[in-house]
Design a protein around this ligand. Structure first.
Ligand code: HEC
Length: 145
């Protein structure tokens, strides 16, 4: 058990270390990155099931959806203060166009609300819209470093 679990632990560790939030000192920037990290983790659970990498489990999918909705609700309060950090990928347009940014956050809420976690088919069907809501915001308001 310990031996088979090890490669997974290593992989997850490496994936986490590559994220920008590792080097961040500003607490506000760190906390908004952690909101995104929470979103990434739970999207991973749902995406893994949809791609067949994880066994489909309606209960786990529903739990992930609930956590995603909670994290999504934190996006606007977490990004509202225009905090800066050299490691941040946040674009200045977030604060010069707060309404536009907020609309992207609402779009993610709507896509998440619409996700039907009751079967693998409905999960797969709802995932595309959620993925688009991530990309729709990142394209405009996140600067890839
Ligand atoms: C309303 C806009 C918006 C939406 C919607 C959004 N993001 Fe983000 N995301 C951002 C911004 C802005 C950053 C950069 C934050 C920073 O570096 O200060 C970011 C950063 C991230 C990061 C990097 C976090 C880190 O540790 O540096 C991940 C991972 C991420 N987003 C995943 C997602 C996923 C997955 C979704 C969709 C389910 C999503 N995001 C939806 C705006 C958004």
């Amino acid at each position: 058990m310990k031996i088979t679990a090890l490669p997974l632990v290593l992989t997850l560790g490496l994936a986490t270390a590559a994220l920008a939030h590792e080097g961040v000192s500003d607490p506000q920037v760190k906390s908004r990155m952690m909101v995104m990290e929470e979103i990434r983790i739970n999207m991973g659970a749902i995406g893994g099931m949809a791609k067949g990498k994880l066994p489909f489990d309606a209960k786990k999918a529903e739990t992930a959806k609930t956590k995603l909705l909670k994290a999504s609700a934190k996006v606007q309060p977490a990004f509202k203060p225009a905090a800066q950090d050299p490691a941040s990928e946040a674009a200045p347009a977030i604060w010069s166009d707060w309404d536009g940014f907020s609309a992207k956050a609402v779009a993610m809420d709507v896509a998440l609300e619409a996700l039907d976690t009751s079967s693998l088919e409905t999960l797969k069907a709802g995932l595309g819209a959620i993925g688009q809501s991530c990309g729709g915001c990142h394209k405009v308001y996140r600067i890839k470093k």
